[in-house]
Design a protein around this ligand. Sequence first.
Ligand code: CA
Length: 227
Amino acid sequence: MKILIVEDDRALNNGIALSLCNAETEIIQAYDIREARGLLNQAVSLILLDVGLPDGSGLDFCREIRRRMDEESRVAIIFLTANDMEFDIVAGLDAGADDYITKPFSLAVLRARIDAVLRRRREPDGTVEGGIFEQDSFLFDFDRMCFYVDGETVSLSRTEQRLLKLLVCNQGVTLTRDRLLEWVWPDGAEYVEENALSVTMRRLRQKLPGAPIRTVYGIGYVWERKE
Ligand code: CA
């Protein structure tokens, strides 16, 4: 397996490379978009992509990669985002990323995220192909933002749409309350009332009766993967 790290912070780039390199994993490194572009002809399984790069935005580069590559060779992409940067995770997912991780992060957490993303890629049922998610009575079209239960249109608020997208993109993965808060209210989770997440989740469940959203007490929520 080959992992490409695109990060202009050389110490961080090298640290990640050292920690991920093993007998099965080859690491290639780039420090800007131009360099990364030149490495894309290699068969890469995963790209760790910084958002703020010296010659452009990781978001734009992510879109470019998705345009360039066909569906078959779809590489997994995880954004590395800075804490002080206003990063809209929905914009990130729309650009074609599989996940993101906020700096500073522990290398153990990064490895866990990488494993989860690669596992999801091996199990195509867990992904939202072409923006469409279909399961039992549910049909969600995230590109057109149309949602159906038993063929009936359901109207969801922007916040509910964000929450739903994150849940179904991470089927079978428990998302912590903190992570959901940060994802759903990216521009000021600290201003959001403590129970806002519970309230939104309750409304979402009312609108999607029978949705396999399970509360993991004391931790967060998970959209149960279908057996
Ligand atoms: Ca950077």
